[in-house]
Design a protein around this ligand. Structure first.
Ligand SMILES: [Zn+2]
Length: 213
């Protein structure tokens, strides 16, 4: 049965503050050392143990459940993209050419907020929880493969991850099993437009690009 948990708005405000911090200080794949140490410090403050032995800047936290029969992993990625952020906002990226354009700042902030909530509501947490703050999602091979090789899932019964989606209305969530997202890619295409190129040909070319992506 679905159980509803009420979360007070202070935690939401705290999560927004964290997300804006990560947004201002984005780091590229494999270089999330400041993000990783920020996360580690926060987990330690919540009294969540850090599981050592995994490559940095990955950070793995562990919370013992009240029953502890199963271990559930919750995973967030931490890397930003080599992109220039446009527009003006008080928490705009301070790192030239690096931008949290894929929302991983939000993922890290959300998982930290979950860790904060669980650490202060331990009696509600039946299963053991493994918090996986993963480096290098946007690189190939991804940091996930590296962590799996290092054994991060060996004692895990189930794993959940999220990805923010701009095309979902506020307040809605979607579910998918299996692969659901792909990494960022660069597509360079040139259209040699000769004078008199028919509009329908140009349209077909544009459509084929949309099909590709
Ligand atoms: Zn992403």
């Amino acid at each position: 049965m679905l159980q509803t948990i009420n979360v007070d708005s202070a935690l939401k405000d705290w999560a927004i503050e964290q997300r804006r911090h990560f947004h201002q200080y984005p780091e590229l794949s494999g270089q999330e050392f400041n993000t990783g140490s920020y996360v580690r410090k926060a987990l330690e403050e919540f009294g969540i143990s850090i599981v050592e032995g995994f490559s940095e800047p990955n950070v793995i936290g562990y919370l013992q459940g009240t029953e502890g029969k199963k271990t559930i992993a919750l995973r967030a990625d931490m890397d930003a993209l080599p992109m220039v952020e446009e527009g003006e906002k008080p928490f705009k990226s301070t790192v030239p050419g690096v931008f949290h354009g894929c929302g991983h700042d939000g993922h890290t902030a959300i998982l930290l907020a979950v860790a904060k909530w669980m650490s202060s509501n331990r009696h509600e947490v039946k299963n053991n929880i493994k918090f996986i703050f993963q480096s290098s999602e946007e690189a190939s091979p991804s940091g996930a493969q590296q962590l799996v090789k290092e054994g991060v899932l060996e004692d895990v019964d189930a794993i959940y991850g999220i990805h923010l989606m701009q095309n979902l209305p506020l307040g809605k969530i979607g579910f998918a099993t299996g692969p659901a997202m792909h990494r960022a890619m660069t597509l360079i295409s040139r259209l040699k437009e000769s004078e008199g190129m028919e509009a329908s040909r140009r349209q077909r070319w544009i459509q084929s690009i949309f099909l590709l992506i």
